[in-house]
Design a protein around this ligand. Structure first.
Ligand code: PLP
Length: 463
């Protein structure tokens, strides 16, 4: 499989090169040159374990030797505490896909436990070093740090908005003492962090000198790892219910997870609808309901990993909306950059995409969802998953079972649980064990030069 940039000005490259490059040099994101049709394989795939299914999905997109790919998948999955990796739990009239059984208790572990090992594998063979740079609103950073800590040939620099992530999320990053880990608290918003990362990746001499690598969901391998659990969950629910099609409700921030679902559908998985659930930062919900993509003001919510106005992966979807025409996409992105607004015309646009539905939940709805789900089922949803669960209630259909993605363990957001239920119900021994441990972090201003300078001093002149 070869990879193309959404902006069309980069040569086609292989999987391992796309993996190491992150953002394409023309500013675009990598996509496979074509999407394999797997409908003929679905019946056989239904019988596979999570590890076997991962292998079958990923081998279609990767250029690794097959035994190596198999081994890397197996090693990544050892970090998960559940034998099914991503179990699907029936809950009333819907199903919850639990994606939080990895080391940092959020779905991002699924991709990052694999990605860290994949980088190490590649660097073992190609030589050299890599400096991973990522922006996080909480969960990506800890998952990246736990995927890369102690791995050979790599450092990881994580930018997060100072004072705007939960104390427990911060501790998941700052208590990691491995010498190759740097937690950087930036005085600004998550979008500022994301902008700094973009700017440094756009500084090509710096990028080359430091061998910058990306782990946020612009990295194609992350999307690919997430495609697997859509297949896995759909199979479990189709078995359980005997229905031929399913729906998914996806709490959305950067549109990475949602794009993985879109891809699974394009590959032939019978998903009838993908429901995008946003919090008050509802740019994506507004787009799918009105056709206008307009930047709004960022607000801070109970679901901070979805506090995003500019969804970086949305460009991948727009590429298909543009009829896979990079020139049209470039014009759209330039328009959005200049005006903060985009109403895509031409390509496949003009009507809404019937595959997606969208809704949003504000703080009151999110808290009510946590409370209602707990009182009806004794099941605690974290605030991100609760946004999905809330929006899902308006799209239930007995013929098309609904699978709600549970993207984080409630204990990561115990304050919201307390607010919703009035009780201190959400705990996890992994998080409790972090309290009182020594912490290490550096506070920096929201400026790309400051971050660049910090990185240069840590990286030094050598490797
Ligand atoms: C990252 C994250 C999301 C949003 O996922 P995207 O791929 O950015 O859309 C939702 N919930 C949780 C808990 C997350 O960490």
């Amino acid at each position: 499989m070869k990879y193309q940039s959404t902006r069309g000005n980069s040569p086609l490259i292989g999987f391992q090169d796309a993996l190491m490059t992150g953002l394409a040099r023309d500013g675009g994101l990598f996509l496979p040159a074509d999407i394999p049709d797997v409908r003929a394989a679905l019946a056989a795939w239904q019988k596979l374990s999570y590890a076997e299914l991962s292998f079958e999905v990923m081998r279609l997109f990767s250029d690794l030797l097959e035994p190596d790919l198999r081994a890397l998948i197996a090693q990544g999955l050892t970090a998960f505490r559940h034998p099914e990796i991503t179990p699907v739990v029936p809950l009333g009239n819907l199903h919850v896909l639990e994606l939080f059984h990895g080391p940092t208790l959020a779905f991002k572990d699924v991709a990052l436990q694999f990605l860290g090992r994949l980088f190490e594998y590649k660097l073992d063979r190609a030589g050299g070093r890599m400096n991973v740079l990522a922006a996080t609103s909480g969960d990506t950073g800890s998952a990246a740090i736990h995927g890369i800590r102690g791995r050979r040939h790599m450092r990881v620099f994580v930018l997060y908005p100072h004072g705007r992530i939960s104390p427990v999320q911060e501790r998941q990053m700052t208590t990691v003492m491995d010498a190759n880990v740097f937690a950087l608290a930036v005085r600004g918003s998550f979008d500022d962090c994301q902008e700094i990362v973009k700017e440094l990746f756009g500084d090509l001499p710096f990028r080359d000198r430091c061998a910058l690598g990306a782990v946020n969901s612009i990295n194609w391998a992350r999307i690919l790892s997430q495609v697997v659990y859509y297949f896995y969950a759909a199979f479990r629910v189709m078995e359980r219910t005997g229905k031929p099609r399913v729906r998914f409700a996806v709490p959305t921030g950067n549109f990475g997870d949602a794009f993985a679902g879109y891809l699974a559908w394009r590959m032939g998985l019978p998903i009838s609808r993908l429901l995008l659930a946003t919090n008050e930062n509802d740019i994506l919900a507004r787009f799918f309901n009105t056709g206008i993509y307009r930047r709004g003001r960022l607000c801070h919510t109970l679901s901070p990993s979805m506090d995003i106005q500019i969804a970086s992966n949305f460009e991948r979807y727009l590429f298909y909306r543009a009829g896979e025409d990079p020139q049209r996409l470039r014009a759209w992105m330039a328009q959005f950059q200049a005006t903060g607004e985009l109403q895509p015309k031409g390509g496949l646009t003009g009507k809404p995409d019937p595959f997606f539905a969208a809704g949003s939940a504000d703080a009151a709805a999110c808290l009510a969802a946590i409370r209602d789900c707990y009182s009806a089922h004794g099941y605690l949803l974290d605030p991100h998953s609760a946004v999905g669960w809330y929006v899902a209630q308006s799209f239930l259909d007995p013929e098309e079972p609904m699978i709600c993605l549970a993207t984080a363990h409630p204990a990561k957001f115990s304050e919201a649980i307390r607010q919703a239920t009035g009780r201190d119900l959400a705990h996890h021994e992994i998080l409790d064990a972090l309290t009182g441990l020594p912490e290490r972090r550096t506070v920096l201003p929201a400026s790309a030069p400051a971050v660049r300078e910090f990185m240069q001093t840590k990286i030094g002149g050598g490797d």
